[in-house]
Design a protein around this ligand. Structure first.
Ligand SMILES: Nc1ncnc2c1ncn2[C@@H]1O[C@H](COP(=O)(O)OP(=O)(O)OP(=O)(O)O)[C@@H](O)[C@H]1O
Ligand SMILES: [Mg+2]
Length: 240
């Protein structure tokens, strides 16, 4: 579904990604873990066209999307729930979700059944259903995170990129976010998940990649990475 080959990217003269390759097969959940500053967010930004890659290929369903503008990439079915949520604060929950599906109305994606999909989101995130008329800017952090995920899902994406959906949340809400990700995985939503909670991410994922200083240092079945002594020592801590 998504195949990244030798991707390089950075900011101005600073190169952050030094030729990374990874693959997300249809219907699987792949997680990208690594220390702060390793380049995880930069990877997702390059994939969704928020920054232009300086090298490599990004194949989405066989077509190379590297360097395309983000709206064109969204039209091809790649949705990005960015770090730090970024919901539209002055719009209601409902309007945020409707905007998430907007690209489907441009003719580029199957239009599907927008009201039914909105209902599906409210079933998946009951908290959003209770708050559908509330301004997104007045939601709690956890609720905004749910809204960001639901808005990305409203694209009916072929691939969903999730950047730290648990960031800044209380433990109970972190559990809820991971439970939701498990539901999406059971529904065969193709996902690339970046997470600070590496142990929890490897628990729900099929495949894991470890990013170190802009290079893939290890990859394999998530269960195998979870028990890999080097990965445990560097990313999972003694307590896990
Ligand atoms: N807009 C930017 N301009 C310049 N440098 C940036 C920019 N965004 C990120 N960087 C740098 O790129 C490197 C990788 O950052 P990135 O945000 O991809 O890391 P990350 O793996 O997502 O880290 P974290 O776990 O802290 O979110 C860091 O050294 C960071 O300082
Ligand atoms: Mg990040």
């Amino acid at each position: 579904m998504l195949k990244v080959e030798n991707l390089s990217a950075g900011y101005g003269k600073v190169q952050v990604l030094h030729g990374i390759s990874l693959e997300v097969a249809a219907g699987t959940l792949v997680t990208l873990i690594g220390s702060n500053g390793a380049g995880k967010t930069t990877t997702l930004r390059a994939l969704s066209g928020m920054i232009a890659p300086t090298g490599g290929r990004i194949l989405l369903g066989g077509a190379d999307i590297a360097g395309m503008p983000s709206h064109a990439i969204a039209k091809r079915g790649l949705a990005h729930s960015p770090e730090g949520r970024r919901v539209f604060p002055n719009l209601s929950v409902h309007d945020n979700l409707t905007l998430g599906g907007f690209t489907r109305l441009t003719g580029a994606r199957p239009r599907g059944n927008m009201p039914a999909d909105l209902d599906r989101m409210y079933a998946l995130f009951p908290r959003l259903a209770e708050r559908r008329t509330q301004f997104a800017g007045t939601l709690s952090g956890g609720e905004q995170q749910m809204l960001a995920m639901a808005r990305a899902l409203m694209l009916n994406p072929d691939v969903l990129l999730l950047d730290e959906p648990s960031m800044g949340l209380a433990p109970k809400l972190v559990d809820e976010v991971f439970a939701t990700i498990s539901v999406l995985r059971a529904n065969r939503v193709t996902m690339l998940l970046v997470e600070q909670f590496a142990a929890a991410a490897l628990e729900v994922a099929d495949i894991g990649y470890v990013l170190e200083n802009g290079r893939i240092a290890a990859h394999g079945p998530a269960a195998a990475l979870k028990t890999d002594p080097a990965v445990r020592a560097a990313y999972l801590g003694a307590a896990h």
